[in-house]
Write a protein of this length. Structure first.
Length: 144
């Protein structure tokens, strides 16, 4: 099935009272086998994330968005905000295909008029101070 027409249980969440289907025996593709080997070795799982700015349609109640997000497996966090948009939603998925599908579903099914997705590349390290160079101007020093 096309990844653009995946249902929620095809993305990883099975419907209630359903047993997961065991994978067929035999060799796995290299990427899947490598991913499972890395997960078994304790390597952190690669997640793809997006922050989606949402503006609801004029006739869409906010409760409809909240109810949709409660059942969306990719929805991690959401905030009502005071800005040009009504809410910001954080989505997380194991693949970019699933993440794109979750953003498209948000646009199509949650009563959203505008959904602007900002995909997260990597976190900024705010714990370590930046290196200070001796030739740096005086105004370019840390605030602390």
């Amino acid at each position: 099935m096309s990844p653009w027409r995946m249902t929620r249980w095809e993305r990883g969440n099975l419907p209630p009272d359903t047993d997961p289907i065991e994978p067929a025996p035999g060799p796995k593709p290299a990427s899947i086998a490598a991913g499972r080997a890395a997960a078994a070795a304790g390597a952190p799982e690669r997640r793809h994330e997006a922050l989606v700015s949402v503006r609801l349609g004029p006739s869409a109640p906010g409760s409809h968005l909240v109810e949709y997000l409660r059942h969306e497996p990719c929805a991690v966090d959401a905030w009502w905000i005071a800005a040009d948009v009504d809410a910001v939603v954080r989505l997380s998925a194991e693949s970019m295909t699933v993440l794109h599908r979750a953003v498209a579903d948000l646009r199509l099914r949650a009563g959203v008029e505008v959904a602007e997705a900002n995909y997260i590349l990597r976190a900024l390290d705010l714990s370590a101070p930046a290196d200070r160079h001796d030739d740096a101007p005086v105004w370019a020093v840390p605030a602390a």
